[in-house]
Design a protein around this ligand. Structure first.
Ligand SMILES: *Cc1c(COP(=O)(O)O)cnc(C)c1O
Length: 462
C-alpha cells in the first residue's frame, strides 16, 4: 500500500516515508491509496481480544509489512502499557443506550496520548533503522505538547522542543510538560502569545537550513500515523458493543477533525456505523459547513473547551477528498478559494457527507449547563470538551435503538476552570498524578525571536 496526497500532485509515499513526512509537497495531506477491509469474520474474531491485539490487527495492513509483525506488535504493546486502565479505553455506560468511551487514561489525561504514544515509538524505530536522528518542534497551547513530550521521552533518536507561551498555559498543562526531565525533552517558554510560538515553528519548517541537514519532524494531527492509531478505538468499542452484529453511532468533540476522520476510516474499513455526530464549541466551522454549507473562516473565540478552539479544521481536507470522490484538483481548487474568501461545497459532495454526518455546536453557557445536567443524570463530571459531545449526542441521536458512543476526550481534572465555573469544587487528579504540582520543573524562557529559538535548538539537540 502506498499513500497519496489529497491534492493529487505530490509523489506517493511508503508508510515509513509518510510517518517521517508531515504535509505533502503540494500542500495536501497523505491518505492511503486503498482502504484495507475488515470482514465480518475479522470483526467477529476481535471479540474479547486485548486492546493491543485489536490495535495490531487494525493497523497492520497500513504498515504494509514495512515493520515486521513481531516488532510492530511489541511497539503497540509498549505504547498501550502506558495507560492506567487495563481496558486502555474503557466504555462507561451512562444510560440505557448512551456510552462514554474514556480516552483519557493515558499519561497526559487526554485522547492525544492514544496516537502520540505510538507515533513516538514508530518514529524512533524508523530513525534507528536508518541510522538517523531527528528533531521535533511544536508549539502548543495545551494538550498536544504534553502528549508529544510523553510520547517521545524514551526515544533515543529524537530530541523534542516544545514552545509554549510564557505564563499563558494553565498550571496543570505547563507542569505536564515541564516536569518531564528527560535528556531529550526541551520546554521553551516564549515571551509572547501562542501565535508567536506557532509562527516560529512554521518558519523553522519552511527553512530548515539552521539544522544543517538534520530532519525536522512534525507531530501535529496531519501526521497519518496519528489518524491510524485512532481508528483502533472505534473498532474496539464497537466490537465491545456487538459489532459486526449490530451498528453503533459515535459522537466526537471535534476541532482539527483528526479524531472523527479516524472514525470515518473505521467505517470505510467495514465497521457498521449508523452515523457520526460532530460536536463543536463556538468555533463551529464544521457545524456551519455541514448544516448551512457555510465553509468560511471566522474569528477565533476563546472558549472553556480550549483544545477545540480553531479557525480552520486541517484534517477536514481528508474527508473532502473522499466527498469529492478523490478528485485532488477539485479539492485543491476548493481549498484555495476557502483561503481567500467564504465559500461552499458543491451539492453532490455535501449530500454525501450529510448521509453519514450530523453536527451540533455548543457555546460556553450551554456547556456549563450540560456539565451540571450530565452530573445530575449520571453522577459523572464531564470535562468541557466531552460535555459538547454529550449535548450533541443527545440532540442528534437519530435512531434511539442504536447505541451512541460519545468520545470522552479529556479527564475533567485537566480542565478544572470549566468544572469550577459549573459549580463543582473541582476534580482531583488521578492517583498516579496527584504529586504533579510538587514535581520539579525544567524550562527555558526565551524572547519571541526566531534566531534565539533556533540557536537554542542547535545548541541543545544531541
Ligand atoms: C485535540 C482535542 C480535541 C479535538 O480533536 P481533533 O482531532 O482536533 O478534532 C478535542 N478534545 C480534546 C480534549 C483535545 O485535546
Amino acid at each position: 500500500m502506498r499513500y497519496i496526497s489529497t491534492r493529487g500532485q505530490a509523489p506517493a509515499l511508503s508508510f515509513e516515508e509518510v510517518v517521517l513526512t508531515g504535509m505533502a509537497s503540494d500542500g495536501g495531506l497523505y491518505v492511503p491509496e486503498t482502504v484495507p477491509q475488515l470482514s465480518t469474520d475479522d470483526l467477529a474474531a476481535m471479540a474479547g481480544l486485548s486492546y493491543a491485539e485489536i490495535a495490531f490487527r487494525v493497523m497492520q495492513p497500513f504498515v504494509n509489512g514495512e515493520i515486521d509483525d513481531d516488532t510492530f506488535r511489541r511497539l503497540v504493546t509498549e505504547a498501550y502499557a502506558t495507560f492506567s486502565h487495563d481496558a486502555v479505553v474503557p466504555l462507561n455506560q451512562l444510560d440505557a443506550n448512551h456510552f462514554l468511551l474514556e480516552l483519557f487514561h493515558g499519561p497526559t489525561l487526554a485522547f492525544k496520548d492514544v496516537a502520540l504514544q505510538l507515533l513516538g515509538r514508530l518514529l524512533d524505530h524508523f530513525l534507528k533503522k536508518r541510522g538517523e536522528r531527528a528533531v521535533i518542534m511544536g508549539a502548543t497551547s495545551g494538550d498536544t505538547g504534553s502528549a508529544a513530550i510523553e510520547g517521545c521521552r524514551h526515544c533515543d533518536n529524537l530530541d523534542i522542543f516544545i514552545l509554549h507561551p510564557y505564563q499563558r498555559v494553565s498550571e496543570v498543562q505547563r507542569r505536564q510538560m515541564t516536569s518531564v526531565l528527560a535528556d531529550n525533552v526541551f520546554n521553551v517558554a516564549i515571551e509572547g502569545n501562542f501565535d508567536d510560538a506557532q509562527a516560529m515553528v512554521k518558519a523553522s519548517f519552511a527553512d530548515q537550513s539552521f539544522l544543517n541537514g538534520t530532519r525536522l519532524v512534525a507531530v501535529n494531527s496531519i501526521n497519518w500515523a496519528r489518524i491510524m492509531a485512532q481508528i483502533v478505538y472505534y473498532v474496539a468499542s464497537a466490537v465491545a458493543l456487538g459489532a459486526p452484529h449490530r451498528k453503533v453511532s459515535f459522537c466526537v468533540p471535534s476541532a482539527n477533525f483528526g479524531n472523527v476522520f479516524a472514525g470515518y476510516m473505521a467505517y470505510r474499513m467495514g465497521l457498521p456505523v449508523e452515523r457520526f455526530v460532530i460536536a463543536t464549541n463556538a468555533n463551529d466551522i464544521l457545524h456551519r459547513t455541514l448544516a448551512d454549507n457555510d465553509f468560511s473562516k471566522q474569528e477565533l473565540v476563546a472558549t472553556l473547551a480550549p483544545s477545540m478552539d480553531i479557525v480552520v479544521s486541517s484534517n477536514f481536507e481528508r474527508l473532502l477528498f473522499e466527498a469529492y470522490e478523490r478528485d485532488g484538483a477539485a479539492v485543491a481548487a476548493l481549498l484555495e478559494r476557502f483561503q481567500a474568501e467564504p465559500t461552499a461545497l458543491a451539492d453532490a459532495p455535501l449530500a454525501r457527507l450529510r448521509e453519514l454526518f450530523a453536527s451540533h455546536s455548543v457555546d460556553d453557557a450551554t456547556l456549563l449547563e450540560v456539565i451540571r445536567e450530565a452530573h445530575h443524570r449520571t453522577q459523572e463530571i464531564l470535562d468541557p470538551h466531552t460535555a459538547t459531545g454529550y449535548r450533541a449526542a443527545e440532540r442528534e441521536r437519530g435512531d434511539a435503538s442504536v447505541p451512541m458512543i460519545t468520545l470522552a476526550t479529556a479527564h475533567p481534572a485537566k480542565f478544572a476552570e470549566a468544572v469550577v465555573k459549573a459549580g463543582f469544587p473541582g476534580v482531583p487528579l488521578p492517583p498516579h498524578m496527584d504529586d504533579l504540582l510538587e514535581r520539579e520543573e525544567r524550562y527555558t524562557v526565551l524572547p519571541a525571536e526566531l534566531s534565539a529559538v533556533q540557536q537554542f535548538v542547535v545548541e541543545n539537540r544531541r
